[in-house]
Design a protein around this ligand. Structure first.
Ligand code: ADP
Ligand code: MN
Ligand code: MN
Ligand code: MN
Ligand code: MN
Length: 356
């Protein structure tokens, strides 16, 4: 795997003056939920995404268009400082559009933004816990696992400290700082239950910002890991057997839930979600059935359940929320490979679905 082998040589070039030109990395989501990006130069320092020109890419190379009519438009929507190029350079998350101006079928932000606007006065907050696993490209096994056989069984790795218990902390540290530099509301990190598995949290974020910031943080994770020559996977069950899968627990609240007595609104929302379990599961990630087995701190994919401090349920009300009678709840069903626009969309939609 190619890793930059001569950083001091590269630095000679990166020190060159860029003559008031700004590099902007346009980032978008492809047909398989992977990130793609390319760079363009602008002659001003953008302060918001709306100042940046629309652009396009060859959709036939990303599975998003047929060869004969392959231009897909990319519309900048969320702007961040670029921790790789630094200075005034930026990266920007984009939405994808067809040549006729309609949103591309893989553009889940478009509808998500509409529903967030409809319910903006409820001030929806989200916090997503992104779990992932680092993979060693030499062995195709999780990073830190032995070449032959398996590591010691799970138990000592979660929030682990010390050699032989945590693997890849340098990547995690680099990613954390890169997110802070970019202006992403990353709220913490921890080593996870399986060796080589990690989690970071983004939030609380209001409305559409949750999807934007989670995608931006994933972009940074991929890029940092690329620098270290390590692969990141957000597959929900990267190793079968007695090894924890990976999720994207989605924490949710409205202004009403955060106020005194908010537990009533929390319970109403959970009740609404219970009526649409299958609809939620349908947008909660590919291969999630391999993860939601009812074991390894999950509820079974076919059952809806909820409870205070219950990590084996679909929905968990944190103990402190139960005690204080206000706050938020955690939807534990979403897989690590979700599109957060789809998940935040359906949570708001179900919560405010009229009674009948
Ligand atoms: P867990 O105990 O499930 O591991 P974490 O501490 O990893 O929880 O993540 C909790 C997430 O919930 C964080 O992203 C945090 O920002 C978010 N959060 C905290 N308060 C709220 C709230 N009122 N509404 C929505 N999300 C919240
Ligand atoms: Mn070309
Ligand atoms: Mn967590
Ligand atoms: Mn976790
Ligand atoms: Mn959690």
């Amino acid at each position: 795997m190619a890793v930059i082998s001569n950083n001091s040589l590269l630095q000679k070039y990166l020190d060159l003056d860029q003559k008031n030109q700004v590099q902007v990395e346009y980032v978008w989501i492809d047909a398989k939920n992977n990130l793609r990006s390319k760079t363009r130069t602008v002659d001003f320092v953008p302060q918001s995404a709306s100042e940046l020109p629309e652009w396009n890419f060859d959709g036939s190379s990303t599975g998003q268009a047929e060869g004969h009519d392959s231009d897909i438009l990319i519309q900048p929507v969320a702007l961040y400082s670029d921790p790789f190029r630094r200075g005034d350079n930026k990266f920007v998350v984009c939405e994808t559009y067809n040549p006729d101006g309609t949103p591309h079928s893989t553009n889940y932000r478009y509808e998500c933004k509409k529903i967030m606007e409809t319910y903006a006065d409820t001030i929806p907050w989200f916090g997503i816990e992104q779990e992932y696993m680092l993979i060693d490209p030499e062995t195709s096994k999780p990073y830190g696992w032995p070449k032959h056989g398996f590591p010691e069984a799970q138990g000592k790795y979660y929030c682990g400290v010390g050699a032989g218990k945590v693997f890849g902390r340098d990547i995690v540290e680099a990613h954390y700082r890169a997110c802070l530099f970019a202006g992403i509301n990353i709220s913490g990190v921890n080593a996870e239950v399986a060796p080589g598995q990690w989690e970071y949290q983004v939030g609380p974020c209001v409305g559409i910002k949750m999807g934007d910031e989670l995608w931006a943080s994933r972009y940074l994770l991929e890029r940092v890991a690329e620098d270290f020559g390590i692969i990141v996977t957000i597959h929900p069950k990267p190793v079968s057997g007695d090894w924890n899968g990976a999720g994207c627990h989605t924490n949710f609240s409205t202004e009403e839930m955060r106020q005194e007595g908010g537990i009533a609104a929390i319970e109403r929302s959970i009740q609404k979600l219970s009526l649409r379990h299958a609809e939620h599961i349908a947008v909660y990630g590919e291969d999630n059935d391999l993860r939601l087995t009812g074991r390894h701190e999950t509820g079974h994919i076919n059952d809806f359940s909820s409870g205070v401090a219950n990590r084996g349920a679909s929905i968990r009300i944190p103990r402190h929320v139960g005690k204080e009678g206000k706050g938020y709840y955690e939807d534990r069903r979403p897989a690590s490979n979700i599109d957060p626009y789809r998940v935040t969309h359906i949570i708001v939609e179900s919560t405010f679905m009229p009674d009948n």
